[in-house]
Write a protein that binds this ligand. Sequence first.
Ligand SMILES: NC(=O)c1ccc[n+]([C@@H]2O[C@H](COP(=O)([O-])OP(=O)(O)OC[C@H]3O[C@@H](n4cnc5c(N)ncnc54)[C@H](OP(=O)(O)O)[C@@H]3O)[C@@H](O)[C@H]2O)c1
Length: 281
Amino acid sequence: MRIVVTGGSGQLARAIRETWTGHEVICPPEAELDLARQEAIQRVLQELKPEVVVNAGAFTQVDRCETEEALATLINGTAVSWLAETCDGLGAKLVQISTDYVFDGQGTRPYLEADPVAPRCAYGRTKLLGEQAALRSRNHLVARTAWLYDAWGKNFFLTMVNAARQGRELRVVDDQRGTPTSCRALARQLQLAIEEDWQGLVHASCRGETTWYGFAEEIFRLTGINARLSPCATADYPLPAPRPAYSVLDGAHRKELGSDCMGEWIDGLAEVVAHYSKLAQ
Ligand SMILES: NC(=O)c1ccc[n+]([C@@H]2O[C@H](COP(=O)([O-])OP(=O)(O)OC[C@H]3O[C@@H](n4cnc5c(N)ncnc54)[C@H](OP(=O)(O)O)[C@@H]3O)[C@@H](O)[C@H]2O)c1
């Protein structure tokens, strides 16, 4: 299949490029496919004529979204309606990547796809608009994921490793629960979902759960970095955007759609650490 992946410089797009086999995968960066411009979306997709578009591009700076909600709405919401219209015109499938931040985080058991959404921050509100736009397209899959990281890009894993190497003391929140998900684990699941033509809304994060502090502990255990790490509460570390306290996603629906290959988050981390160590050699 010919597949276009938006946000070509992002960490998920890179994982897709590195893991997918057997397809023609084109990942235009923002300079070539700017989601903020309807004309660019239409022109590039009409030229490339993909069978599938994976929308991995987004305004992902959660705190900046609080003060730049109009721009975030354009990129995370309005652009998805333009992608949907263009995909419908081309007969292409739209795969929209969404987030656990559409939930308010007051839950006490993993969230199902059908659970009510109530985003607490601007990023979550704008990503919800994107979901709604994608769900209106004729052939779509909306995949909600969470806590993405890999051995490249801007993410918690690299932030922790780099800060610890600089000898910084690290205080990490221990009262937000979710599931770290490596981009490569998600990329492999997305390839299967596309090949098996999954439709609708699906949760696609790794299995298991932890806190950001638990994630950091495991990062340092597996990398062997001796870090000065201690837990703190969300209240001790105020940020502009409120985060959900609990955002574990239930993945049982994947099995109803086809081949579920999401593994335990801890195994995903071990794979990323092995790759990171190889890159560092
Ligand atoms: N990261 C997470 O923890 C997380 C969790 C749940 C869901 N998601 C979703 O997963 C998807 C992939 O995220 P990611 O982690 O790969 O984020 P990422 O590394 O920030 O990648 C997003 C890419 O989109 C690009 N972009 C921004 N504005 C654009 C525009 N106007 N036109 C085209 N591209 C634009 C960004 O470019 P710049 O870098 O130049 O801004 C970046 O390269 C996104 O939909 C995100 O909302 C992410």
